[in-house]
Design a protein around this ligand. Structure first.
Ligand SMILES: Nc1ncnc2c1ncn2[C@@H]1O[C@H](COP(=O)(O)OP(=O)(O)OP(=O)(O)O)[C@@H](O)[C@H]1O
Ligand SMILES: [Mg+2]
Length: 252
């Protein structure tokens, strides 16, 4: 693999919460433009792993290199990585006291020092992209969960990230709103964005992912292309997990 092609390189990553060993020697490389899906049982460390990638969590052993920058305690490096990495959470995390438009222009204006007019034009460009330009002047509590999540995606895109991390972005949504968010994610994938998605949306994983990894108790237990992963899981733990989620209706 050519060096310049590697966007995220995680080597022998260990993390503890106090005495609890949550990540146990993770090795993972994500290439430019790759779409990686992470799945696994609750508590297996999926959120912790992706939160380490933009330093929302610190690790104690091993290395994480994002687009050539190793994450250490150096705040300049952390800032550089965070400027390149957008993260989407389950609960949207929009500022409730600000309109959709102000949520979108805040970081471009304050972090990138972009002039107001340019920031607003950019915000509208991405609101068009997620198909809700008419909601620009609403407050988050005046729009649906699916719309809030699309605003959150547009807000990330305004910072022009190279990598997007998703932590179960549809799991807090009513079923009828899941598709509208997945459609935006599929559109992003088709545009060539490097994406790391924690999700149990198997339909999404099958259509969009280049690779699926399965985590259990802090380790990557199995990884494969989606077809092999879903049709021929190798490990007992993966088979058990897949049979459980399929029987609970996560079959979209
Ligand atoms: N801040 C914290 N302090 C202590 N323990 C934590 C903390 N955050 C997570 N944990 C523990 O670490 C383990 C992994 O948590 P994590 O949230 O990464 O799991 P997950 O795979 O994302 O689970 P889920 O599918 O439920 O979101 C869990 O046992 C959790 O209780
Ligand atoms: Mg989680």
């Amino acid at each position: 693999m050519p060096k310049g092609d590697e966007m995220i390189v995680i080597s022998n990553l260990h993390k503890w919460f106090g005495d609890f060993h949550v990540l146990k020697g993770i090795n993972l490389t994500v290439r430019n433009g790759e779409r990686l899906v992470i799945c696994g049982p609750s508590g297996s460390g999926k959120s912790t792993l992706i939160r380490c990638i933009n330093r929302l969590e610190t690790h104690q052993k091993g290395t994480i290199v994002v687009d050539g920058v190793e994450l250490t305690n150096d705040v300049k490096r952390i800032d550089r990585v965070r400027q390149e990495v957008g993260m989407l959470f389950q609960n949207f995390n929009l500022f409730p006291h600000m309109t959709v438009l102000d949520n979108l222009t805040l970081s471009p204006i304050w972090i990138k020092k972009m002039p107001l007019k340019e920031a607003r034009d950019l915000a509208f460009k991405y609101l068009e992209r997620v198909k809700i330009p008419d909601l620009a002047h609403k407050y988050p509590n005046q729009i649906s969960g699916g719309q809030q999540q699309r605003v959150a995606i547009a807000r990330c895109l305004c910072m022009n990230p190279k990598i997007m991390l998703f932590d179960e972005p549809t799991s807090a949504l009513d079923p009828e709103m899941i598709k509208e968010v997945l459609d935006v994610m599929i559109d992003l994938a088709e545009s060539g964005m490097t994406m790391v998605c924690v999700t149990h949306e198997m339909g999404f994983a099958r259509t969009v992912a280049d690779r699926v990894i399965f985590m259990d108790v802090g380790e990557i237990v199995e990884e494969n292309d989606p077809e092999s992963f879903f049709n021929h899981p190798q490990c007992d733990r993966t088979q058990l997990f897949l049979s459980q989620i399929l029987s609970h209706g996560f079959t979209r």
